[in-house]
Write a protein that binds this ligand. Structure first.
Ligand code: AP5
Length: 231
């Protein structure tokens, strides 16, 4: 359980820093609600609507989807009852405008951000991770061919379906995603540092080590008070 039953966290870091993977650990351990804008946008693309096609063009080139579209998606998701107890925001905000929109959204619901977990990761490590990433098309679980392999090669441990590579993990798109991160998202580190919310973790550590670091931090801040992995 969490402090007063509510916690609002942002996960920040470059592509491949491990945001989605660590969010998965936290969901399992603490039952937090994981809101990933990347996953929500991929769902919108799957629907094949005109909006989905527009979103796909941005994502496949590694560009950011316009702020208005993404913020509308987050507002809709945050207004659902299961978000009332707090959330882990993965991949949002990604621009200074989105950070302002998030502040407004939280303030309007008398909520506040508890912490921004920043996974500082070198580009070299992140590129290696993305080039080996495999994803389950059914449940969205992330694997890596060598770092975090499935039990059976190419097959999801949970759903038993074949794993796929994400369209935006092609090398040329990965390079653009990094350059977009440098230009548009990196400023948020200073923004949240000034607000006293930023907590830096070395994204180059293993996922298990990183989760231990996060767990210690959340406990030291009084944001978590039960044992992890309790049912
Ligand atoms: P999104 O899906 O959010 O992608 P991203 O931020 O580029 O992040 P990734 O999912 O690539 O990496 P991650 O940090 O989650 O790493 P992961 O855990 O998977 O966004 C995709 C696109 O959507 C954007 O480019 C943009 O177009 C659009 N979009 C999304 N949000 C938006 C927004 N707010 N505004 C505008 N546009 C938006 O791990 C990567 C790999 O490494 C995996 O294989 C994993 O198994 C492995 N791994 C993870 N951690 C470790 C570790 N510690 N050690 C070893 N291996 C590890």
């Amino acid at each position: 359980m969490t402090k007063e039953g509510q916690i609002n966290l942002v996960l920040l870091g470059p592509p491949g820093a491990g945001k989605g993977t660590l969010a998965g650990f936290m969901v399992k351990a603490y039952r937090f609600l994981h809101i990933s804008t990347g996953d929500m946008l991929r769902e919108a693309v799957k629907k094949g609507s005109e909006l989905g096609k527009e979103i796909q063009r941005y994502m496949n080139s590694g560009e950011l989807v316009p702020d208005k579209i993404v913020t509308r998606t987050v507002i809709d998701r945050m207004s659902k009852p299961d978000a009332a107890y707090g959330v882990i925001l993965d991949g949002y905000p990604r621009t200074r405008t989105q950070a302002g929109s998030l502040d407004e959204l939280l303030n309007s619901g008398n909520r506040s951000l508890d912490a921004v977990l920043y996974f500082k990761t070198s580009e070299e490590v992140a590129v290696k991770r993305l080039s080996g990433r495999l994803v389950c098309p059914r449940c969205g679980r992330n694997y890596h061919v060598t770092n975090i392999p499935p039990k059976k090669e190419g097959i999801c441990d949970t759903c038993a379906v074949g794993l796929i590579q994400r369209a935006d993990d092609r090398p040329e798109t990965v390079r653009n995603r990094f350059s977009v991160y440098e230009q548009r998202t990196k400023d948020l580190i200073a923004y949240y540092e000034e607000k006293g919310l930023l907590r830096e973790f070395s994204g180059d550590r293993t996922a298990e080590q990183l989760f231990e670091d996060i767990d210690s931090f959340l406990r030291s801040e009084g944001l978590i008070d039960d044992d992890p992995y309790e049912g």
